[in-house]
Write a protein that binds this ligand. Sequence first.
Ligand code: UDP
Length: 236
Amino acid sequence: MATLINEGKAKQLFTTDDPNVIQVHYMNQATALNGKRKEHIDDKGEVNNQIDSLIFEYLNHLGIATHFIKQLSDSDQLVKKMKMVPLEVVVRNYASGSFQRKFDTEYLLKFEEPVQEFYYKSDRLDDPFINDSQIHALKIATPEQLSTMREQVFKINQALIKLFAASGITLVDFKVEFGFDADGNLILGDEISPDSCRLVDAQTHESLDKDVFRKHTGNVMDGYRTVLSRLEATAK
Ligand code: UDP
């Protein structure tokens, strides 16, 4: 029988018959302000599961090692069980969000090289920014593991830029997380969806991601459904 292992902000994790495999259930829930604001949103789980499955299948196909095994149903998927590295790895191609606020730049200023940032995952500390030497001091990752994450995230960004561009979508920034699988390989885990990416229409710059929920600027599902239908049309 499947047992609930963990419930996050938008996903539940369950055991399966295989101790190295877990079932991820995408919930119809959105949160902001580190979970302080929480709302039910119809269909969000299904749409995000489909977007995430499509993206992870694409990355697996390109030879990028990920936790993704297969999509099980509309709102569930099977992934490898991982020991997660407590870091959020953010990549930015254009200025937005906290970068724009911190450095007071123009919105969507284009960077010549992608910007990489690390945040220490801690709800209690509000996920503080962390640099390489702080990561080493706290023994969160070795210099080699950090280089692996930097190299992988660079490749993932290049692949995602291309995938979204083919769908008329600009990838502004995104967040990923890594972990170790049962064999000790450091691979991509967690989720890639409009909950964790900033995506704008390439022509109009209309937001197609969670910013619509964060800023109360419209129906968040309109953008998510646009992302899914455009990715599906491109994948065909
Ligand atoms: N992000 C995320 N989870 C977090 C923080 C950020 O998925 O806990 C994503 C966010 O959706 C965006 C990118 O990481 O695509 C960069 O976020 P930023 O630092 O600009 O944070 P924010 O504007 O949300 O404060």
